[in-house]
Design a protein around this ligand. Structure first.
Ligand SMILES: [Ca+2]
Ligand SMILES: [Cu+2]
Length: 347
């Protein structure tokens, strides 16, 4: 998906896009819709155990067949690190909130001083929710299928009246980058750097088009939760899921990591700059010192990786291991979550 900014949607106003109710549709999405049987695995423990060791190594980061910001290809060398096998789930996030009484960005009323001129009815707590538009003019304008939904937050993914029933093992969504950071800190972990994320996503393979290899449908199976059908109006759910899927519903990559492609976008630590790869240091790059997105000058953004259940072949192909997303850190979205890494000795 292209970036959808909390601030830009707050400015646009609820009236413009609020006519359609996303709720019923997305709740239905959350259930399985036929398709092939996928491996499901409950999380063995809430925290700590379900991490995989990524041995130190080097790899070629980026891609020549993707977006301009995935170039140039460049060699990166990394220390070994631990990484969550799964995206952080609602159950895990709930434990964090219980323990700390943490309040997420989406639950806080936007400060009018930061949004001069925005419609007053939009200056309420909320988050950015995907909805199926009645009509789509062109795929260039993502404002047609995103809206600022008052009352939407991680506990109420579609807004007031929605809940997490049956979604404990689904990835948490509507978390801002700050929320993800706070969780990681509490868990004794941190967000991966962009380079660590891509290295891990490639599963030990060099420049393969998918997190699991070269073949799109090994043994004829879907390997990731993305969008099938005409985006954004028709969602066939051929892979088994129309919305988020319980983490680990699809086979792991070579490092034993699930959902490194599809399901939800994952925040990483780095600021976004489209030109960073041209002068990224070779050893353990930490990302640029500041952010720049020529598409939205003046709006600082963090990087997201991995694509989501809204990614399709006809639109963004965000599920490719090299694909980059950029979003302002205060933005929570119905297709964005995260996973953590940890610095600890090798097993
Ligand atoms: Ca799907
Ligand atoms: Cu996408």
């Amino acid at each position: 998906m292209k970036p959808a900014l909390r601030s830009s949607l707050i400015f646009v106003g609820i009236a413009l896009s609020g006519a359609l109710l996303a709720g019923a549709w997305v709740v239905k999405e959350a259930r399985r819709v036929g398709g092939q049987q996928q491996t499901r695995r409950a999380l063995a423990s809430p925290l700590g155990v379900d991490m995989a060791w990524i041995p130190a190594g080097k790899f070629t980061m980026g891609a020549n067949d993707g977006q301009p910001d995935e170039r140039p290809l460049h060699d990166v060398k990394l220390r070994g690190f631990w990484i969550d096998r799964y995206e952080v789930t609602n159950d895990q996030f709930a434990k964090f909130v219980e323990a700390t009484k943490y309040v997420t960005t989406a639950e806080i009323k936007p400060d009018p001083a930061q949004f001069p001129g925005a419609p007053l009815e939009n200056l309420v707590a909320g988050s950015v929710v995907f909805f199926v538009p009645e009509r789509v003019e062109s795929l260039n304008n993502h404002m047609q299928w995103w809206r600022y939904q008052p009352g939407a937050d991680w506990r109420h993914p579609e807004g007031p009246g929605s809940d997490l029933k049956g979604r404990g093992l689904h990835p948490v969504v509507h978390v801002s980058w700050f929320d993800a950071e706070a969780y990681a800190k509490w868990a004794g972990k941190r967000l991966p750097t962009e380079a660590e994320w891509e290295f891990a996503a490639r599963g030990g393979l060099e420049q393969n088009p998918f997190a699991w290899g070269r073949e799109r449908f090994p043994k004829g199976l879907w390997m990731m939760n993305i969008w099938q059908g005409q985006f954004p109006s028709e969602n066939t759910g051929q892979d088994g899921f129309k919305g988020t899927a319980p983490v680990g519903s699809f086979p792991p990559n070579g490092y034993g990591l699930h959902d490194m492609a599809g399901n939800v976008w994952e925040w990483v630590a780095d600021w976004y700059r489209p030109d960073y790869y041209a002068h990224s240091p070779r050893d353990n790059p930490q990302g640029p010192a500041d952010s720049e997105d020529p598409a939205e000058p003046g709006v600082a953004k963090r990087v997201g990786r991995g694509g989501s259940y809204l990614c399709s072949d006809m639109y963004c192909k965000g599920y490719r291991p090299s694909a980059r997303q950029k979003t302002s850190p205060d933005t929570g979205l119905s297709h964005t979550g995260f996973r953590c890494v940890k610095d600890a000795p090798a097993p």
